[in-house]
Design a protein around this ligand. Structure first.
Ligand SMILES: [Zn+2]
Length: 71
C-alpha cells in the first residue's frame, strides 16, 4: 500500500475527529472533486464512535467516500 502519511505506517492510527484520542478502527478514503484530481485521495482515520459522524460530514458535502476496516 502506498501512503504519503508517515504516521500511518508505524503505529495504529488515532481517530481524526477533533479532540478524540481513540485508536482508529476505520479508514475513510475521500476526496473533494472540486479541488482534488481523481488520483488524489485523502485519508481520515476514525474510531468506531466517530466513523458515522465523519462519513456523514463527507457525504453531506457530496464528496466520494469509501470506508475500509482497519486490521
Ligand atoms: Zn473518535
Amino acid at each position: 500500500m502506498v501512503t504519503s502519511d508517515p504516521k500511518a505506517q508505524s503505529e495504529a492510527p488515532v481517530c481524526s475527529s477533533r479532540g478524540c484520542r481513540n485508536t482508529a478502527a476505520w479508514m475513510l478514503l475521500w476526496r473533494n472533486p472540486r479541488i482534488h484530481g481523481s488520483d488524489r485521495v485523502k485519508r481520515w482515520a476514525a474510531c468506531e464512535e466517530h466513523e458515522p459522524t465523519l462519513r456523514e460530514f463527507l457525504t453531506a458535502r457530496g464528496f466520494p467516500c469509501e470506508t475500509q476496516r482497519l486490521p
